[in-house]
Write a protein that binds this ligand. Structure first.
Ligand code: ADP
Ligand code: MG
Length: 630
């Protein structure tokens, strides 16, 4: 029997369909893009069971002429192009003529369409690739596409689908982004009979944001509009308070087309430097308009990833655009606060030509993800283990500045340890013994962040926040494992906004949240209510903690060393922990030193993210540094 066979058309179609239509959200994307291409200014999308059992898209576009209906469903049938050179040269969203034929191969499709000129519309059903005869029908001008029982005939693909709610979340995400890209189109989106959002189509991005993400987002965004070398960056960035624990609320468009580009996210985040806490990602909707020739064409059109031809320049322009937006409003505040960065920062940045190239991005990564292995640094240590101090070049690798540049606060002269009198003649082995027995004495605090302590012949620098956070984390984790985390009932419960995906996560994780000390319930459309919390702070703090926790649940994956549950426990611990940049009393410092000792008993030497809690210098090392010994 021949080994090589030509696949039957039906099989080939199913395979091709798999590439275009991976899941319900892809069907919605393709069909909505067709509606946009048809010039619709009103599009209604309805799904049931995450889009698996039912998707309908209705538009008021130009409609499909009666005699072209069948051909629209043929593979590579398109009205939009004859020859393609470049994806981004084409002004329509689709052009490959693959979507409809692919969808028909793996679902039951009903189409009803009428052009404005036609008196009656036409209707047709295609079941698993087989069309029914078309019929005349009275209908509105425009097109209605109904897709039912997706993948019912392709069990292998069906298996890859996730829970209905997760699939619905993907649809919400895709549609939300398209609606943000096209504020001039009125979108209405209904999921399982409930309206999730509807936009007005008045062309104002901020109104689309209001309808999709709510009022808190609409009122906390800054306009971006920047033009340089024929490249325009426009849209909005969210103020710091909108930052989230994940990047799901970042939308990047290139010439109006939604794309993913990880580096652009990093570049935008870099522009927020020092404004956001570690692990927080800014909100943005940015459109980059540029000549199609600057977009790398060697990329599969079905993918949302692209490359820019002149990356460095484009990243630089994006960075400037965001900086300008952030600092033009900041300049008002800076008139009062002279210590802030100069309002001309963006201009300065530009003049220096300091492009946010890989170096900056790498530095940024290292700063924000300290437990990540340093790129290109083969000597990078695992932070799980204490760093071997001897191998570090002190004062260079650990600190970028000389160690003792800052003042030491709260030095108690009477606590100057006698051991400083001990001469360097003491052998190293004696040193070790002494260190174990001697009590730890707190000397003081540097930079309001590190506790300086001494134990025998060893000096420590303790990161007050890292140490305290880890201790709280261990205690909380123990409670969690023993099922005894207790939430405090809030006398005035807090109501806050959630999008559909987040609400789903709250619903699905109710028990997990309770075990973690949170009682959060749905509270009307688009909002939830916090009734119990493991952290008693002020309202804003509790709210932001709950948002972070829900982000982690949506994200639903481990981060660095931490599982999802641990990430959440850490968020709570972090709230309670002593912050960096806080001057501590002697008593508080002693408390932290005790915490470190407790942790060391358990063999723990790092914060939950893997950063070291304590750095030690032996007297011997210090004396070597001062060249007292050689
Ligand atoms: P493409 O969008 O790449 O051309 P599709 O398979 O998505 O390929 O669609 C095939 C053709 O069907 C389109 O080129 C268009 O002429 C027609 N069509 C599809 N959907 C619509 C719609 N909602 N309104 C008008 N015409 C449509
Ligand atoms: Mg299309």
């Amino acid at each position: 029997m021949a080994e090589i066979r030509v696949l039957p058309q039906a099989v080939a179609d199913k395979i091709a369909a798999g590439e275009v239509v991976e899941r319900p959200s892809a069907v919605v994307k393709e069909l909505v893009e067709n509606s946009i291409d048809a010039g619709a200014d009103s599009i209604t999308v309805e799904i049931k069971n995450g889009g698996i059992s039912y998707i309908s898209i209705e538009d008021n576009g130009k409609g499909i002429p009666k005699d072209e209906l069948e051909s629209a469903f043929l593979r590579h049938a398109t009205s939009k192009l004859r020859e393609i050179e470049d994806l981004f040269e084409i002004s329509t969203m689709g052009f490959r003529g693959e979507a409809l034929s692919s969808i028909c191969a793996v679902a039951e499709v009903r189409v009803v369409s009428r052009t404005k000129a036609a008196e009656t519309g036409v209707c047709m059903t295609i079941k698993h690739g087989k069309p029914s005869p078309k019929e005349e029908i009275a209908c509105n001008a425009g097109t209605l596409m109904v897709v039912e029982n997706l993948f019912a005939n392709v069990p292998a693909r069906m298996k890859f689908l996730k829970k209905d709610s997760t699939e619905a979340g993907y649809v919400t995400d895709v549609l939300g982004r398209i609606a943000l890209a096209r504020p001039e189109i009125a979108f209405r989106y209904i999921c399982d009979g409930k309206e999730v959002f509807s936009t007005s189509g008045d062309g104002k991005l901020k109104n689309a944001i209001l309808n999709i993400y709510g009022l808190d987002h609409a009122k906390s965004v800054l306009d971006v509009d920047y033009n340089e070398h024929g490249i325009r960056v426009s849209g909005v960035v969210g103020k710091a308070e909108l930052a989230r624990g994940n990047r799901t609320r970042q939308t990047l468009l290139v010439n109006g087309r939604y794309i993913k580009n990880h580096v652009v996210s990093k570049v935008v985040e870099e522009a927020f430097r020092n404004m956001l806490m570690t692990g927080k990602f800014p909100f943005f909707v940015l459109n980059i308009e540029l000549s199609p020739s600057l977009v790398d064409v060697n990329v599969h059109p079905a993918k949302t990833e692209i490359k820019f031809a002149n990356e460095k320049e484009i990243y630089n322009i994006i960075h400037c655009a965001v900086k300008n937006a952030l600092y033009s409003t900041k300049s008002e505040e800076q008139k009062e606060d002279k210590s802030g960065e100069p309002a001309t920062f963006a201009v300065d940045f530009k003049r220096q030509g300091d492009a946010p190239d890989r170096k900056i991005i790498r530095e940024f990564l290292e700063r924000t993800i300290p437990s990540a292995t340093k790129i290109g640094d083969e000597r990078a240590y695992s932070f799980n283990e204490p760093r071997p101090v001897k191998e570090q070049s002190l004062g260079e690798e650990v600190f970028s500045e000389p160690i003792w540049k800052g003042e030491i606060t709260a030095v108690k002269t009477e606590t100057v340890p006698e051991s400083t009198q001990i001469s360097f003649d003491f052998a190293e082995q004696v040193e070790e013994k002494q260190t174990q027995d001697a009590p730890t004495k707190v000397i003081g605090q540097v930079f309001d962040t590190y506790i300086v302590a001494q134990k025998g012949d060893e000096m420590f620098l303790i990161d007050q926040h890292a140490a305290h956070e880890r201790r709280r984390f261990e205690m909380l984790k123990k409670d969690f494992c023993e099922n005894s985390v207790s939430g405090q009932v809030l006398l005035s419960p807090i109501v806050f906004d959630l999008d559909m995906v987040e609400m789903q996560a709250v619903r699905e994780n109710r028990d997990k949240l309770l075990a973690l000390g949170f009682l959060i319930e749905e509270f009307g459309k688009g909002s939830a209510i916090i009734r119990e919390t493991p952290y008693a702070g002020d309202e804003d703090e509790i709210k932001s903690l709950a948002e972070e926790v829900i982000s982690a649940l949506v994200d639903n994956r481990p981060m660095g060393l931490l599982s999802v549950e641990e990430r959440i426990l850490d968020m709570v611990s972090c709230k309670y922990a002593i912050k960096a940049n806080r001057r501590l009393s002697m008593l508080e410092m002693e408390g932290v030193v005790k915490d470190v000792a407790e942790l060391e008993k358990l063999g723990i030497t790092t914060c939950p993210h893997g950063r070291p809690i304590k750095i030690s210098y032996s007297k011997y090392e210090i004396e070597k540094l001062f060249k007292r010994i050689v």
